[in-house]
Design a protein around this ligand. Structure first.
Ligand code: ASN
Ligand code: ZN
Length: 326
């Protein structure tokens, strides 16, 4: 296994997997490759390669920088699912996907595609804010995992749960990374300035902080955009991890009220993520809705901790706190 140096835009100087003489091919992680689309929108462009094993200089003007961020994020996500959940790669078969950066001109999005088994990143506003932060990379790569496990259909309530799964593991990967320049948080997209005013794209403690996402389930939530109907599941994950009420984690302040006004005692994000991963991979299916997510996560909590455990009660309380109940 070979490692180069990435000078990233969002995460400082990091280690990235590379192959000898020299390409951004992560030989330790299923040969995940990172390509430069150079503002094109089809094909793979060119595999990042160069005369040395140093990738990028921390600025968006250096085209290798976004490659370094994307490769780093994919590597962190690979390591997280392998080391924490025992899943080797998106399909669980040890085979890496690939990433493409510099998609289009000032394109402000990133996406996973089942068709190419790959992640793609735009360069953001003015081509200076590539959407390659740790949480965005983990969000997109998790779409691949969801596709290859529960297969949650990307519309209606299952679509909201699909989106929430990507936000939940985005947060989990970012915390797990322990990167001092991009510390773990329950915010999504706080580094990429997608709104142009420095605020994050989404908030898990109180999803309505973004002005559109829902804090709690209601009948009809399945008809709104999946990036907003994800709110109750993101909120559930926060409540289950950290508990209700005001709290500061890694210097970020949160306040997470419940919809029923009752308190939730958190069990820690590691247990919460373990419960969601096991439910995703053993209980959820393509048409799982909020009621099914509650049933599935309670079943998992019962299997892992017993139905009289604090963990089981916290799962139930957190669902009640986002108006998903009996
Ligand atoms: N970046 C978006 C997402 O991963 C792309 C989309 O709307 N699917 O959710
Ligand atoms: Zn998504």
């Amino acid at each position: 296994i070979h490692n180069g140096t990435g000078n990233t835009q969002y995460s400082g100087q990091v280690t990235v997997g590379s192959a000898p003489s020299y390409t951004l091919t992560d030989t330790g992680r299923g040969n995940h490759k990172t390509y430069n689309l150079n503002r094109g929108t089809s094909g793979t462009g060119t595999l990042f390669s160069g005369p040395d094993d140093v990738w990028g200089d921390g600025t968006p003007q250096n085209l290798e920088t976004a490659g370094a961020d994307a490769a780093y994020g994919a590597g962190l996500t690979w390591d997280y699912f392998k080391n924490v959940h025992g899943r080797s790669g998106i399909r669980g078969d040890g085979v890496g996907a690939y990433s493409r950066v510099h998609y289009g001109n000032a394109y402000v999005n990133a996406f996973w595609s089942d068709a190419c088994f790959c992640m793609t990143y735009g360069d953001g506003a003015n081509n200076t804010k590539p959407l390659t932060s740790i949480d965005v990379a983990a969000h997109e790569m998790t779409h691949g995992i969801t596709s290859n496990t529960a297969g949650l259909v990307y519309s209606g309530e299952s679509g909201g749960l699909n989106e929430a799964t990507s936000d939940i593991f985005a947060a989990a990967v970012e915390f797990n990374a322990n990167n001092p320049k991009d510390v773990g948080d329950y915010l999504v997209g706080e580094k990429i300035d997608i709104r142009g005013n420095g605020t994050p794209l989404r908030y898990m403690d109180k999803p309505s902080r973004d002005g559109s996402s829902k804090d709690a389930w209601y009948s009809g939530i399945g008809s709104i955009d999946v990036h907003y109907s994800s709110g109750p599941a993101n909120h559930w994950f926060y409540l289950l991890s950290e508990g209700s009420g005001p709290k500061t984690v890694n210097g970020v302040s949160y306040d997470s009220p419940t919809s029923d006004g009752l308190p939730v005692t958190g069990i820690g994000r590691e247990k919460a993520a373990q419960i969601w991963f096991k439910a995703l991979t053993t209980k959820f299916g393509s048409s799982t809705n909020y009621a099914g997510a509650r049933t599935g996560t309670l079943a998992v909590a019962g299997e892992l901790y017993g139905t009289t455990s604090a963990e089981y009660k916290a799962v139930a309380d957190a669902w009640a706190g986002v108006n998903v109940g009996t």
